[in-house]
Design a protein around this ligand. Structure first.
Ligand SMILES: [Zn+2]
Length: 571
């Protein structure tokens, strides 16, 4: 790949008219219009059905001016034009992670920082978990909180109990957040600090797991996590400069993976203020946000205000939790879990009438509802509410979302399609496939239903649910193509495998559709924003021949709004 600034020497592209014939050209060109950037000799997979593959692309002022062949588009070049010779490499629209949770680890806090308990953070065994906690306990002043996030119970020998954790420290309250984010493992000091004793009742929608004697085991599910909120929020927070820097680093890591747009799927006013600051200072990323329903009053007051009209930032909708966790095995199901015929998961905290009222409010405010529902029984309640809201107040294309929709059946997807609902299913079988075991083999072909949804014409968006799985789109694409878990090499739900082409489509155009932003994003065609990436390999060739190698394809360049924002340094 070489990048050079050169032109044809003509101040006015003489053959401009010829150049654009045969291509969709939405922008009106003035004769003297310069072209900022010209990409030539590329293998561009556009994700535009009208012109699926092309060689060259002209970009001006952040948008795509034309897509076509190198020879023709070269005539648009002027001395000011930057010409990028892709040397035959693949170019795709930028990846769009349509559901994730930016959450910097704040190493700046030293001993008080969060422990990274994910496999990527080196915690792949029971021993590694113990070592990491012991090391931290030696650094942290007795009495102060130790907390960590992202442990994978399948790798660390199950969910540690309070008595397990007491062996590591009784001096510090210890709170470990499971990789699902929906359950905690805590030690006795943390139970005491949260005021949990034999009499404490769990809030509706949650559970304090107890032994036969009624003693809390240290396993805390769903809304019962709220009992630990005071403990977690009392932890030290970094100063503003450190906070901004931590976010800059975190978001840049996404850009380096070829991500050009994200959706923060649980946004709060404080984090929105951070995004606003970063985008105003020119940070290059498109950030859609689903604001937590707890902040609906705030959103209704703020959504139209000038202060939030920031380029790159969208207050896109409202995130509602209705139901529980798939990998935490708390999702509410019609049929029991495979490991226990008496267990159906935990019912959601809202009843149907309460959910109806909330979704109607969001719908009537003209907003997009994005409802977290995993279990079939939760999803049906969500669809009931959407159906009622739409019947009472028909909107042309409200495009309400269901986040995850992990356990479905044909009737559920038919309802989804009929209501114009869009989905953000998980793409994490590679990282968490083995968690599907407790759902029973009979369900696997109806879990994370990317394929059936596509086949039925339902829009699905690609997403990592980061930090639940790494924000590495090519690993996610591999996971969707193979449905093979890293831990045991098993395929979970072969019927929901998609082709490499479909997986990339989901991670680009599909995400734009569920974000309601497909007029600007999701494909490389004239008029759309110039967000694109260059790769070291061809995901379609590799994906068909050696799908397990998809994740080794590297991102060489990330471009957002026509600006190169990441370029891999050659080793
Ligand atoms: Zn999420």
């Amino acid at each position: 790949m070489s990048v050079s600034s050169r032109g044809s020497g003509l101040s006015v592209p003489r053959r401009l008219a010829d150049a654009v014939i045969g291509f969709t050209l939405l922008t009106t060109l003035s004769p003297a219009q310069a072209v900022d950037t010209l990409v030539v000799n590329a293998r561009i997979y556009t994700m535009d059905a009208a012109l699926p593959q092309a060689e060259a692309m002209a970009v001006d002022n952040g948008r795509i001016l034309a897509v076509g062949d190198s020879l023709t588009l070269r005539t648009l070049s002027t001395p000011q034009t930057t010409v990028i010779d892709a040397q035959g490499r693949v170019i795709l629209p930028g990846f769009n992670d349509s559901h994730m949770h930016p959450q910097p680890a704040f190493e700046e806090l030293g001993p008080y920082g969060m422990l990274d308990l994910t496999p990527e953070g080196g915690v792949e065994s029971h021993e590694a978990l113990r070592r990491k906690i012991r090391r931290k306990a030696a650094l942290v002043e007795p009495g102060k909180l130790i907390w960590g996030m992202g442990y994978n119970d399948n790798l660390v020998g199950g969910h540690p109990s309070a008595s397990d954790l007491d062996q590591l420290t009784i001096q510090h309250p210890l709170v470990l957040i499971h990789s699902s984010g929906h359950r905690l493992a805590v030690n006795s000091a943390a139970l005491a600090a949260a005021g949990i004793d034999a009499q404490t009742r769990a809030p509706i929608g949650g559970k304090i797991v107890r032994d036969a004697q009624g003693k809390a085991t240290g396993i805390i599910l769903e809304t019962a996590k709220d009992l630990f909120k005071p403990l977690l929020t009392a932890r030290p927070v970094p100063d503003e400069a450190a906070l901004l820097e931590a976010y800059r680093r975190e978001l840049q890591a996404f850009v380096d993976q070829g991500i050009t747009s994200i959706t923060d799927a649980a946004a709060e006013p404080e984090r929105l203020a951070i995004y606003r600051r970063l985008l105003l200072e020119g940070f290059p990323l498109r950030i859609h946000t689903l604001v937590l329903a707890e902040h609906l009053d705030w959103l209704e007051q703020n959504i139209g205000r000038n202060e939030w009209q920031v380029p790159g930032l969208t207050l896109a909708g409202v995130k509602i939790f209705h139901g529980n966790s798939l990998s935490g095995k708390t999702a509410w199901l019609y049929q029991s879990y495979a490991h226990d015929p008496t267990y159906f998961g935990i019912p959601p905290k809202r009843n149907q009438a309460e959910l109806d009222a909330l979704i109607a409010r969001v719908h009537d405010a003209g907003l997009q509802a994005a409802v977290h529902s995993n279990g079939d029984r939760e999803i049906d309640m969500t669809l009931n509410a959407i159906e009622k809201a739409q019947a009472a107040n028909p909107r042309p294309d409200p495009r309400h979302r269901i986040e995850h929709a992990s356990v479905v059946n044909r009737q559920i997807l038919a309802r989804v399609h009929q209501l114009g609902v869009v989905l953000a299913p998980h793409s994490y079988v590679y990282n968490h496939g083995e968690k599907m075991v407790d759902y029973g083999t009979g369900r696997w072909d109806w879990m994370h239903p990317n394929r059936t949804a596509l086949d039925m014409g339902i829009a699905v968006g690609g997403n990592s649910d980061y930090p639940i799985s790494p924000a590495k789109p090519l690993q996610r694409v591999q996971s969707m193509v193979t449905r093979r878990a890293r831990s045991d090499g098993q395929v979970y739900g072969a019927a929901q495998r998609v082709s490499p082409e479909q997986a990339v489509y989901i991670w680009t155009h599909g995400s734009a559709e569920i974000q309601h932003s497909e007029t600007d994003l999701g494909s490389l065609q004239a008029g759309k924003l110039a967000d694109w990436i260059m790769l070291s390999g061809d995901p379609f060739l590799v994906g068909h021949r050696q799908p397990a190698e998809l994740q080794s394809i590297e991102v060489l360049m990330t471009v957002i709004g026509g600006e190169v924002v990441y370029r891999r340094e050659r080793p």
